[in-house]
Design a protein around this ligand. Sequence first.
Ligand code: HEC
Length: 160
Amino acid sequence: MKINQLFFYIFLGLILGCGNEKKEPKKFTYQRTQSPDQVVSKEINETPVDLNNKGIGPIKKVVFTEKTDPVLVENGKSIFNSKCTACHNINRRLIGPPMKGIYDKRSPEWVMNIILNPDEMLKKDPIAVALLKEYNNIMMLNQNITEDQARALAEYFRTL
Ligand code: HEC
């Protein structure tokens, strides 16, 4: 009986010993400690704010006059209402972000470039890449806007 037990322990020791020698990498199971809502809000916080970033595209410099130009504003407003409101609301998140207060977060050049060149921006620009993640990988579409139209849109956003 005792010898049997002894063999048993030696056998057990061998198994455990072998197990240890192999040193297999420990497998950790991933535990979600955050609810999906919290994960989303974390990503929102990570979208950078950088007013020096001018984006990637044809617009290198935008100079705003002190007062907004009412003709440009009206023009921009009507372009926005016909081409952008499917995805954007002025005040709140829709499919895309709200436009109110955009210049607190982005430079005017960046804003015009993402309107004119969204495909490249969403691939290469750090803000746009983060934004794409924040907006569930829904791509901002190229609406074939001309530079003049983009300028009018940029002016309209100043009034929001
Ligand atoms: C198909 C839906 C869609 C349409 C149409 C669309 N957008 Fe967007 N837009 C988005 C999404 C989504 C984002 C966020 C980035 C991303 O996920 O691609 C975005 C981002 C933006 C941003 C950056 C916002 C920020 O907070 O930095 C601007 C500016 C913008 N869009 C302007 C426009 C304008 C102007 C038009 C119309 C000419 C337009 N968009 C049309 C979906 C759209």
